[in-house]
Design a protein around this ligand. Structure first.
Ligand SMILES: Cc1cc2nc3c(=O)[nH]c(=O)nc-3n(C[C@H](O)[C@H](O)[C@H](O)COP(=O)(O)OP(=O)(O)OC[C@H]3O[C@@H](n4cnc5c(N)ncnc54)[C@H](O)[C@@H]3O)c2cc1C
Length: 482
């Protein structure tokens, strides 16, 4: 994966830049020692590493504004960082950049149960937003599997989703407003604690903008009353394609489960060895969960089970208790960790129309043979968001490159099937060079023109999202300070 050559002129100014940052932040909030900046050398796409020139940990919107103003004046690229769980390399630094981490900004600022909103600092972790309101019977719906660690800022930047987003939507459907600092240090408010703002939908633009347009410091989020109850059912099939067809039929029938999750045999075997959730050994598993009153749950599940029976499941296990529900979810929630125990893996994130699931799964199986690399499939099947996990050996020369080539072929297949390159993990560096496969040059130009408006000097996370060749002339704009 190519990254731009670091700017030697910027690196030569490191001393002055650090001094200026130290003048506006507490001493322990500016990290510049080379041993310590290593802590920020990668995110969860660990195949790529590069320590930043420095890292800063501001504790308020004002401090973020001061940092950005200084970096803007000094012409230093800034990579915003939440918790560093991006699987797309979104928070990967360059050697001439400053990492701006918002982990110290994690307070709840306001909770309004009557109007069902919460305002938080953006470094607050996803799960702790629900943690702040659950005693009062509320929850925050988007639930990435990384929710214990990932921050609301990263969720907004990547427009993150999760298992329960089939019913509740992804981050953009649950975000009402943000405070954002522009690259020159100006602080702006977009949206707020109301239904929809007038004018252009700037909030829609910010959500999913991958740290390219500004640094989000606060967010107003929609919270929802907890459902009366929820019940999952575990379905086992002796064929991937049959499981895929079952998903397609459930969606076609117009029932709306809160989640439909899919795991194939390699994932089932890995998670059983790791988490011992009691899954049956079969080719494919579905976890289908519905919510509501007991009567609603019974009604929805009876329809879903009827559809499943038409596909001759080898297992159909409806949860009868909270313990059984937890056991059904245990394996799914441990799947990434379990695959990581076997070997290094690259987690992909393409989307496809639900009806193409059987065809796409078959093709991935064929490609796995061709490339000689094993793949485990675990994903949010209800909304067609696939997460093939390709196993490779980072210590074996050439394996990473082979894995990347295989991954690119899978993502191209998603686009050919009528889907897109990313469902929830974002583009980052991982899919940057494939953007030209999905978008025509004029489409990319239109997207880059949006960045031009927010960040004319292309200093915010500049080497991400757009193919380097497409963004090159913009990234080389001369900066004021030399
Ligand atoms: C085991 C595992 C499971 C996962 N499961 C899911 C899942 O189910 N669904 C899902 O959607 N994702 C999932 N992810 C991916 C990841 O957790 C999400 O992309 C998450 O939203 C990243 O949040 P973060 O705080 O870690 O952001 P980071 O990794 O720190 O950064 C991600 C991006 O956000 C930008 N950014 C960070 N802070 C700011 C800010 N203040 N302002 C502007 N931009 C900012 C960064 O520059 C970067 O581009 C998973 C990751 C792992 C490791």
């Amino acid at each position: 994966m190519e990254m731009p050559t670091p700017d030697a002129g910027i690196m030569a100014r490191k001393g002055r830049v650090v001094e200026r940052l130290q003048a506006v932040l507490p001493k322990d909030a500016v990290i510049h020692d080379e041993r310590q900046t290593r802590a920020y050398e990668c995110d969860a796409l660990t195949a790529y590493k590069c320590p930043p020139m420095a890292a800063v940990l501001p504790a308020s919107t004002r401090e973020v504004a001061d940092v950005l103003r200084i970096c803007h004046e000094e012409g230093v690229p800034v990579v915003p960082r939440g918790s560093g769980t991006s699987l797309a390399g979104g928070a990967l630094p360059t050697a001439d950049s400053v990492i701006l981490g918002i982990a110290r900004m994690n307070d709840v600022l306001e909770t309004d149960y009557e109007n069902r909103t919460i305002r938080v600092q953006s470094g607050r972790t996803n799960l702790s937003v629900t943690g702040a309101v659950e005693e009062n019977g509320f929850f925050y719906a988007p639930d990435p599997s990384s929710q214990l660690a990932c921050a609301i800022a990263g969720n907004i930047a990547m427009n993150s989703g999760g298992a329960h987003c089939l019913k509740y939507g992804v981050t953009t459907n649950n975000l009402m407003g943000v405070t954002m600092v522009m690259m020159d240090g100006e602080i702006i408010e977009i949206g707020g604690a109301y239904m929809d703002a007038g004018g252009l939908d700037l909030l829609g633009l910010i959500c999913g903008s991958e740290g390219q347009l500004g640094v989000v410091t606060e967010a107003t989020l929609r919270i929802l009353p907890k459902p009366e109850g929820a019940r999952p059912v575990l379905m086992g099939f002796d064929d991937n394609e049959v499981a895929g067809a079952c998903v397609s039929d459930i969606i076609k029938a117009g029932v709306l489960p809160v989640a439909i999750e899919f795991m194939d045999r390699p994932c089932i075997e890995a998670t059983e060895a790791f988490a011992k959730a009691g899954y049956p050994m079969c080719e494919a598993l579905l976890i289908v969960e519905v919510e509501g009153s007991e009567a609603e749950i019974d009604h929805q599940l009876s329809l879903i089970m009827k559809i499943a029976r038409r596909h001759n499941p080898v297992e159909l296990r409806e949860s009868k208790s909270a313990e059984e529900s937890a056991a059904i979810w245990l394996g799914r929630k441990s799947a990434f960790g379990a695959m990581g125990q076997i070997n290094d893996y690259m987690c992909l994130d393409g989307t496809i129309p639900v009806s193409s699931l059987p065809m796409v799964l078959r093709r991935i199986g064929e490609m796995s043979e061709q490339f000689g690399l094993k793949v485990g499939n675990v994903f949010h099947a209800g909304d067609g968001n696939m997460h093939p996990l390709i196993l490779f050996d980072a210590n074996k020369p050439g394996d990473l490159e082979l894995c990347e080539e295989f991954g690119a072929e899978i993502l191209k297949l998603c686009v050919e099937a009528g889907g897109c390159l990313t469902g929830e993990h974002g583009v980052g560096i991982e899919k940057r060079d494939l953007m030209g496969y999905q978008y025509a040059p004029q489409d990319l130009e239109a997207q880059m023109a949006v960045k031009d408006v927010f960040d004319p000097g292309w200093l915010l996370n500049p080497a991400k999202v757009f193919p380097l060749s497409a963004s090159e002339s913009r990234r080389r704009l001369p900066m004021a300070a030399e």
